[in-house]
Design a protein around this ligand. Structure first.
Ligand code: FES
Ligand code: FES
Length: 176
C-alpha cells in the first residue's frame, strides 16, 4: 500500500484530509488529500505523473485529459476525491515496458506531435474513441477530439495519427 501526501507550500490549517483509493495506471494508490484538491494536482504534484499537462485550468483546452474508468475527463475540472474507488489512466499508462500503444505509434508515424503539450490529452481521448469504435471516420475522430485544443498549427496530422492507430489495432485484431 502506498500512501502519498499531497505536497503543499502552506498546508491549510484546520482542513481535514480525506483518504482515498485510486487505481492509477493499474497500481492501487492510497492517498491522503484535502477534499478541494483537483485530480490534476493529485496526479502531477502528488503522484509525480507530469505527463498530464495543465494548459488553461478552466476546462477549455483538454491538455489535462485522463481516462476515468475508460472515459475521458478533464482532470482540472474534477476533484481528486471524486476519483475515489475508480481507475485512472494517464499517458504514462499507455505504453507497456517494451511497446508503445498504437495511438503513440500513430502520433510518431504521422507526425501528430508538434510542440507536444496537448499530445497526452489527445492520445487519451483517442484511445477512448478507439476502444469504443475500432473503425472511426475522419469526422468521428474530429468530433472525439473536439474538447482538445492544439494551438500549434492544424489538426490534420493529429487526425491522421488516430486513423493510423485505428488501422493498426484492426489489423492486430485480425491477426489474432
Ligand atoms: S488544463 Fe484542463 S482543460 Fe485545460
Ligand atoms: S502539439 Fe502543440 S499544442 Fe498541440
Amino acid at each position: 500500500m502506498t500512501i502519498v501526501h499531497e505536497v503543499r507550500d502552506e498546508p491549510a490549517a484546520g482542513v481535514p484530509e480525506r483518504r482515498i483509493t485510486v487505481t492509477v495506471n493499474g497500481a492501487r494508490r492510497v492517498v491522503e488529500c484535502e477534499p478541494r484538491l483537483l485530480l490534476s494536482h493529485l496526479l502531477r504534484q502528488g503522484l509525480r505523473l507530469t505527463g498530464t499537462h495543465m494548459g488553461c485550468d478552466t476546462t477549455n483546452c483538454g491538455a489535462c485529459t485522463v481516462l476515468l474508468d475508460g472515459t475521458p475527463v478533464k482532470s482540472c475540472t474534477m476533484l481528486a476525491v471524486q476519483a475515489d474507488g475508480h481507475e485512472v489512466t494517464t499517458v504514462e499508462g499507455l505504453a507497456t515496458a517494451s511497446e508503445l500503444h498504437p495511438v503513440q505509434e500513430g502520433f510518431r508515424e504521422e507526425h501528430g506531435l508538434q510542440c507536444g503539450f496537448c499530445t497526452p490529452g489527445m492520445m487519451l481521448a483517442s484511445k477512448a474513441l478507439l476502444d469504443r469504435d475500432p473503425d472511426p471516420s475522419e469526422e468521428d475522430v474530429r468530433w472525439a477530439l473536439s474538447g482538445n485544443l492544439c494551438r500549434c498549427t492544424g489538426y490534420q496530422n493529429i487526425v491522421k495519427s488516430v486513423l493510423w492507430a485505428a488501422a493498426k489495432l484492426r489489423s492486430e485484431r485480425e491477426d489474432q
